[in-house]
Design a protein around this ligand. Sequence first.
Ligand code: SF4
Length: 298
Amino acid sequence: MEVLKVHPRGYCYGVVDAITLAKKIARDPEVPRPIFILGQIVHNRHTVLELEEFGIKTLDGGLRIELLDQVPDGSTVIFTAHGISPAVKAKAEARGLRCYDATCPDVTKTHTLIKEKITEGFAIIYIGTKGHPEPEGAMGEAPPAKVALVTTIDDIDSLPFKSDEPIAIMTQTTLSQWDTQNIIEELLKKYPDAEVHNEICMATQLRQEAAVKIAEEVDMVVVVGDRRSNNSNRLVEVVEKISHKPSVRVESVDDLRREWFDGFQRIAVTAGSSTPSPITRAVIQQLEAWGKTYQEHP
Ligand code: SF4
């Protein structure tokens, strides 16, 4: 069995910058302690554990504005790569917390666009994942009556906007271009004059395109990524839906099952943009070791 490595895969620049910033903050003795991150800095528990070793505590499992209540006065808070709403930022600053913002520039670009469009009188339809921090942050840039979340085509019927209202449609950075295309086409039937802004970032798009391309040459694509990683889950989806090849997501080498690969000649491995390289490397090494055994004892 041959193991092909997909390029590009793994950490994107936004994630690398966010982790570098967090570690720099943790090394600075002038920064007030304790140090918290509002939500997982990226959706990967290995990265969260690594930052814990640096003395950074992750607050997780709710809206950012509520999580902020768990940060004691006089301490430090880091905002994640997913972006933060102005209301959360204002609340943290009003409490006098030391704030650091690790928002990815590609997410900031969407925030800026939403603010511009609201000023121009548009209502925003944001295509994104319910409960994910990126929509929470980005949609917080607009007054609640002027923004609505669409996750599936089923959400379109209940949208509150009139068909002749100025509408700007935008997307979360980590979605799949193929899925959002279907939703956008349906939205344009209801709002034919809407402006469409594809905000899927280059890192997400390149990883998806590479996975779909290599899937044509292999029997299965293994995606390494956390269960909560939106971009890792989308990689599995695009391989299955676009390439019609089986795909499986594993969080680490421990999730791999040898019997999944029985009878397969070629496997490709990729990783979400929040997956650390050593985790992916361990998966590749295990598959290569099994592949060698298969060659010796087919
Ligand atoms: S996936 Fe895209 S938007 Fe998210 S951190 Fe990486 S580059 Fe930024």
